[in-house]
Design a binder for this molecule. Structure first.
Ligand SMILES: Nc1ncnc2c1ncn2[C@@H]1O[C@H](COP(=O)(O)OP(=O)(O)OP(=O)(O)O)[C@@H](O)[C@H]1O
Ligand SMILES: [Mg+2]
Length: 295
């Protein structure tokens, strides 16, 4: 009897261990107890955020809440005073921005920040600079966009997990994908980015991020200052990207539209997470509607 109990307990331990590993794999990003100070300014206090594989997670909050600071810390641009950030189970808290981008965390920054003096195409090419020369997983290639060699492998019965592709092939595929998503960028490939409209520049900023084959795409207020029709387009593009397998972490003040495409949401207020729930629940939260959504 004692032995049976011991075996059962062992089995349970093994199962829960396996479960923990499974859950860790399922969690793309895990931010725990993050604190960021700018001198005397306490911008983030004990912030904990989880992003599951394949989901869209949004961070809502008013001006100065600390949204950009949180994204900058995840991308490695500002240091943290406390807390840990794990990406697919790996501690990335102290890594350099370039290393973090190489791992697949790619950010489209606040205020678009395209290279105004370069053409649209050159801006996109710059987005691909962190791509490595060696083989990258096939999941980054779209079946429809793939070149004939890749296509034949993808369509064969015995589909391999990865396909070796050269850097050039990846860049070409990514660029085709961006042009397909934003045809206006293709039309304006040779135009100087500084002369694009606000909406076009936002598309370029997202397109540039996509050039780096993101596994986790981070967006800082992609809808800011754009006309409602363009905002709608941008959000449906994000939804489409997510359907194609990209996990998305998005910061927005446009709470209503963001919650409509998001799976889960966090509300940040003066550096603290004051609320977090399924997007659907937040959409029905009267307090949140009063504070951030309006009628
Ligand atoms: N480099 C900096 N030095 C000092 N204080 C900073 C710095 N960057 C941000 N802050 C302060 O930290 C707080 C959070 O700023 P942050 O940019 O993260 O807010 P936000 O939520 O992105 O706001 P917004 O919606 O206006 O973009 C603000 O009080 C801001 O003034
Ligand atoms: Mg901001």
């Amino acid at each position: 009897m004692g032995l049976m109990n011991e075996l059962t307990a062992k089995l349970r331990r093994q199962r829960s261990g396996e479960l923990a590993v499974e859950m860790e794999k399922d969690m793309v990003l895990s931010v725990k107890g993050l604190e960021v100070n700018y001198g005397p300014i306490n911008a983030l206090k004990d912030v904990t955020v989880d992003v599951k594989q394949g989901s869209i997670v949004c961070i809502l909050g008013s001006n100065g809440a600390g949204k950009t600071t949180l994204l900058k810390k995840i991308s490695g641009v500002v240091p943290a005073d406390k807390g840990k950030i794990h990406y697919r189970g790996e501690d990335i808290t102290a890594l350099d921005p370039e290393v973090i981008t190489r791992k697949g965390i790619v950010q489209s920054p606040e205020g678009r920040q395209v290279f105004a003096d370069l053409t649209v195409k050159e801006n996109l090419q710059i987005g691909a600079f962190t791509l490595k020369d060696d083989a990258l997983p096939s999941s980054m290639v779209f079946k429809t966009d793939a070149n004939p060699r890749v296509k034949s492998i993808l369509e064969s019965e015995d589909v391999p997990k990865t396909i070796p592709m050269t850097r050039e092939e990846i860049i070409r595929n990514n660029m085709e994908r961006v042009y397909k998503m934003f045809p206006v960028l293709k039309e304006r490939a040779a135009q100087i980015a500084g002369s694009l409209s606000g909406g076009e520049q936002q598309m370029l900023a997202i397109g540039r991020a996509l050039m780096a084959s993101p596994k986790l795409l981070i967006l800082d207020e992609p809808s800011l200052g754009l006309a409602p029709m363009i905002v709608k387009d941008i959000f449906s593009t994000l939804q489409e990207l997510n359907n194609q397998g990209t996990t998305i972490l998005i910061v927005e003040q446009n709470a209503l539209q963001t919650l409509k495409i998001a799976d889960y949401g966090y509300v940040l207020k003066v550096g603290k997470i004051i609320k977090h729930a399924d997007a659907q629940a937040l959409l029905n939260d009267q307090e949140l509607i009063d504070a951030y959504i309006g009628k």
